[in-house]
Ligand binder design. Sequence first.
Ligand code: SF4
Length: 422
Amino acid sequence: MAASPELFENVACPFCGMICDDLAVERTDKGLKVRKAGCGRAIAGFERKLPPSSPLVRGKNVTQAEAIAEAAKLIGEAALPLYGGLATDVEGMRAVMALAERSGGVIDHALSEAQYRNFKVLQSVGWTMSTLTETRNRADLLIIAGSDVAALHQRFFERIAAPAESMFGVTAPKRTIVVIGKGLDKAARAAGAGEVVTLPCKPERAGEVVGALRARLRGFTLKPTLDIDGVKLADIDALAERCKAAKYGVVVWAPPALDFPQAELTVDQLAGLVKDLAPTQRFAGLALGGAEGAVTAASVATWQSGYPMRVSYASGAPDFDPYRYAIARMLADGEGDLLVWIASYSPDLVPPVTKLPVIVLGTPGIKLPKSTQVFIPIGTPGVDHAGRLIRVDSVVSLPLKDLGRAELPPAAEMLTAIEAAL
Ligand code: SF4
């Protein structure tokens, strides 16, 4: 490592959608070391040792300029390039959009299947949402539905659900957390998050539980023998009373965790519960997830094209279709003739299996598919170069520091160079 030792304070972590910005990370001659506030995922991300890497064309070491020229040639020849992965930052995503528009390609993020569980509801009926900060400071009732939040965001309970202190007098002991889903309450209990109540049904039945809750809140009669995988009418009624008594209730879910058929119907119930209660009291939703820059990619795509993802520029204008332009489906059905895969954060975000020629702009260590034509190593935003990421609640974009782990270019720089070479 060329750069001298340095301790960085208030570091924003890019390795999940929460983007905690209170880490301390030290750069030493052995690499980066998380000194304060990092969870296991953050430590793994910041402290990962990068293997040596070089730009490649069909497996042979080349210069960066040669790799850029070959990538531009392949994209220029492609009739329908598919831009997938999209694990990058704001600037990288802007460059993807420019290149996709110029080359008539399709854009889709690697994790957008989960995001579409939300988008389908947002686009069709709308919703009222809270933020991480509002939830941390104001919520006195959290209903966590069907989602293992701690598995996705290890510090959610420490920072948001059970903070040591919060503004406006809502401190952890006054907070009630209701967890709908068997086995999903361990982190809440371990965090000492005030009162924790569990409705231990299978996580995929959380939507039914909330549907029954909405019925009771509206005054409907339900069968006294109601039993939703162990959740009884008395449990539903007790939760209804908690909802009515709440000063600021928040319904929390993480779409990546709702990995079962028609999960958007569960999201619809959760958003519907908020909609039912919001006219008469403070109630809002909080959707989590958003790793690998997924929220950033969707936000940039929305403000530039009008659509959150799964957009084709093949006609010259943005054409949105969440089914037609799902890249996983397109690959499975033999559509497209080139895959351009961008993975800045995790080496595990590997391209899907495909016979198409592939261009990978990735963090060193990513496993390259056999049909890789070009590989260009790129840096991780917030580690190897500065950048910006949009937080999971979509309300702030956080600056990421250059910690100087390695001399690797930002995805934006490489994508812009490819576009210029077209
Ligand atoms: S919870 Fe997420 S953002 Fe926070 S330190 Fe862990 S990986 Fe980073």
